[in-house]
Design a protein around this ligand. Structure first.
Ligand code: SF4
Length: 201
């Protein structure tokens, strides 16, 4: 209903960012699944970054100005050093930063990694895990200590987005409701967002 009431595209469309860190990709798919709502919004929105849907390089974020993104939906937990770095960068480049989905909100499924040390996780994943063919793990002989295996740096634990940067809003859900997501983007477009600090559900 609200979408149908949108007028012609405004002179300055909403600049949108969508980014994922330690996530399953479901939150990104959830936005893509907005379907007709996404189509209706598309002429009102400029997508500044969205790795799922665009040819993305981290340098694209560095090139943006401070506060250039009007609203950024950030999904995923903070598991790697890269994630924390990008969280700080997107905090600077976004006027409004949203912890979108259970992983950014509370750690979600990636938060289960809190029960194991980073060394145990790497060993299990890349050395000990059996293969479906019953043979050696394809990376079983790789020696992590020797540096032959290049992996991003695992932080000691898993953090929520708000543990590393300030966020304006939190949207719970795994994934969040699509109707609610469309409403959120419409409210941002109409500059009618609630008080920062609100959990939007
Ligand atoms: Fe996937 Fe759920 Fe995390 Fe979204 S909140 S990234 S759907 S696990």
């Amino acid at each position: 209903e609200r979408l149908a009431q949108l007028d012609d595209p405004p002179a300055a469309p909403l600049t949108l960012g969508i980014y994922w860190t330690g996530s399953c990709g479901g939150c990104d798919a959830n936005v893509a699944d907005l379907g007709e709502a996404l189509l209706a919004l598309s002429s009102h929105v400029d997508v500044a970054i969205w790795p799922l849907a665009t040819d993305f390089k981290p340098a694209d974020v560095e090139r943006l100005e401070t506060d250039e993104i009007d609203i950024c939906l950030f999904n995923g937990a903070i598991r790697l050093d890269d994630h924390e770095e990008m969280a700080h960068l997107l905090r600077d480049r976004s006027r409004t930063l949203v912890a979108y989905g259970a992983c950014a909100h509370l750690g979600g499924i990636p938060g289960l990694a809190e029960f194991s040390s980073p060394d145990d996780l790497v060993r299990t994943k890349y050395e000990d895990v059996p293969t479906v063919t019953g043979g050696e793990s394809p990376r079983g002989e790789t020696d992590v200590e020797s540096g032959r295996l290049e992996l991003p740096t695992l932080r000691d634990g898993v953090d929520r987005l708000e543990d590393v940067v300030d966020v304006e809003y939190t949207v719970p859900g795994c994934p969040p409701s699509r109707r609610f997501t469309a409403d959120l983007l419409l409210s941002a477009l109409e500059e009618d967002l609630p008080e920062p600090g609100t959990v939007l559900a």
